[in-house]
Write a new protein. Structure first.
Length: 120
């Protein structure tokens, strides 16, 4: 009986130590989610640029002061907590510009940077 009580006490101590590590998985999930969105936007920009070069025309014009607008303007639904801002502007086809994706949902804002390839 004493051994059973000791096992329960040891399991209780282990649970008390390990539980905080697993409770805050939400912030890790939000960080991974925004990083995934940035990666998808970067990949889409690269595919868009390759298509424009293959066709010798612009697939989706990505230029000007807000280069991500060409890529994200056609999205039917847009989360109000999700913001996109450019770190520069497109000056020439083939140039790259950083775009910051920020999601303010939850307790803290999470952000990631996508690299956009300018088409024109």
């Amino acid at each position: 009986m004493i051994e059973l009580v000791m096992v329960i006490v040891i399991l209780g101590v282990l649970a008390a130590v390990a539980l905080p590590k697993f409770v805050d998985l939400g912030s890790d999930a939000r960080t991974a989610s925004i990083a995934g969105a940035a990666g998808a936007l970067s990949s889409y920009a690269a595919i868009n640029y390759a298509a424009a070069q293959a066709k010798n025309s612009q697939s989706i014009a990505v230029s000007g002061a807000t280069p991500a607008n060409g890529l994200t303007g056609g999205m039917a639904t847009w989360d109000a907590a999700f913001k996109i801002s450019s770190q520069g502007s497109c000056t020439a086809a083939g140039g790259t510009v950083g775009v910051t994706l920020t999601h303010s949902g939850g307790t803290t804002a999470n952000s990631a940077v996508a690299t956009i390839v300018c088409t024109g």
